[in-house]
Design a protein around this ligand. Sequence first.
Ligand SMILES: [Zn+2]
Length: 676
Amino acid sequence: MGRFEIKAKEGLARLGSYTTNHGTVKTPLLMPVVHPGKSSIRPSALNEDFGFQMVITNSYIINSHDRFREKALNEGVHELLGFNGPIMTDSGTFQMYFHSLPEEEIDPLEIVRFQKSIRSDIGTILDVFSDPGVGKLKAEEDSHLSIERARLSVGEKGDMLLAGTIQGGVYPELREESAKAMAKMDFDIHPIGGVVPLMERYRYSDIVDITIAAKRYLPPNRPVHLFGCGHPMFFAQAALLGCDFFDSASYAKFADAGRMLFPTGTVHLKNLRELPCSCPICSANSIESLMALSEEERAIELMKHNLYVSAAEMRNVRQAISEGNLFELASMRARSHPTLIQAFRVMIKHIEEITKESPVSNTSAILYTGWESLNHPSIVGFQNRINERYPFRKTNNLILVPHLGDRPYSETAKQITNAVRRYKHDEVILVFVTPMGPVPWEYEHVHPAQQCVFPKELDSISLEIALNRLQTTLQQITFENAYWLSRETPTEVLQEYAVNIDAVCYSSVEDLLDSLPVMEPDDDRWWKRKIQGLFAYQWKIPADQLFMLKNLSAAFSRTTGKIRYIKSDDDILFTLVPTTGLLAPTISGAELLLRSGITDQYKVIMDNEAAEFVAKGKSALTKFVTHVHPELRSGEEVLIMNSENTLVGVGRSLLSSSEMQSLQRGVAVQTRHSLQ
Ligand SMILES: [Zn+2]
């Protein structure tokens, strides 16, 4: 049964919801760890005062104390804790490891049955925890034993949701192997185990590598829980890696030691002269009033501060995913500690893989926070697509214009853009050289071409990345003559490269234009070139399918002069979406795409009965998708077909192919236009 629904994505992050027997929760979420007996803060207050949707407690502790066990067995774990929302239970894996308990202390099957009988919403198998220092052989042995126990445990789950923990120590290949095996079993959620000692030793880079390795093979319809990650400074980055659940024992552990958690790090109360926080505790207290309390009372106040701050950071993370700003939030948080920025750079090594899961089109601005910003999935995806799909590869005259890339190019480089509009692509190709990479003139409005904000002085690594990207793109364009227009932007320093390819350098637009052949003006030429570019970019339609453009006309915005619609007589075929710069077809436009031989990659096939609802304007739900191409990404403009391959609607894909096939809840394609 499907319980997970994805509503928005960025990188590997998912903004979603998860349905348990005690209600539906929003993800990513944080569960405070609650001790069944000696909770300093009432579990019900965790929800009422702090807004926590769910808590996690330890079934091993409940089972090993008579007074907890009896009450939990008779009245359920929700009564025992006094918490009405969903409760996850842990199995005692960490206690076994931490206290070096003997093997026979907990029976792996017994502990799963026990969790079921106390009516836990999500139980956890008893896996085997490997210390990061044990070496590969022992980590492999532990992981194999965990998989073996998982196999036995999964048959015991009944109607309880069960968490199958991924082990494998610090070895990505073992994590992959564990994930592949666990994915085949009937689990509902997958914790990534063995993380606590890595967190304690600031080994965030290892967490990045093992999380990406595990995610590669885990089914997208099951949330991933970064087990033991309770420090708010890592939430944003872990969410970007695709972690949906987090738990915190840290709020209490750090408070007991007089330490305060912040999204930017940890501070010891005794080192403070002021409370640098706006939570209710810090607002109502001073350092003096906190120091006047007994040690125990003070720890409770610090715990509350830690909870407020952790809850707020998780809200920040969810907000950032919905706005498409999580990459920026994570890169800012990474500035809090060198080990975090190292981890962020390790993540960038995996950026091609992450980009494939990130939506193709987005609308958010990308603000430079360092050279890492050039590896934003939206930028990497855009540059890849230019290299793979830009349809014009041969020209007499190649013009290179350095640009900051922050504003409409046709406004800041009006004269040259207007001049180039007169030419056919085999006469002139214009490429803007921006900090995030080269942008052919036809794509100046496609996100994120003009939504990136860079400083006027750029660091040398960014410039090196910009140069590499320029080289890669230009290697694919054959040209007779090259021209470089000198302008005051950070990419002007790349002129040296232009000289290497024998470009003639000009500092005046007029002089450059004088070198070009004289062309007969043609009002339709420029927008047809742009549309050809977009057809190739969005749907891989070759530029020689010119018959498509016959009898078409364009309507332009009176204020900006930009294309608004593409029409055939009075029938609108495509709308140019202003925020993404991409074409959205109408039904007539989709029919034209079908006639031009659009590939199956952009068709989502629905069950016939459900397709009738789409034809009436409803969105396409994942559970009725019967076939989808494995390379379809989220954020594409797609055609919705019934199982007889008849068009019923068009819309924007919200999920990737693998998600559409595995999720049972939620919308796969948001319908823009439908048949009726
Ligand atoms: Zn505070």
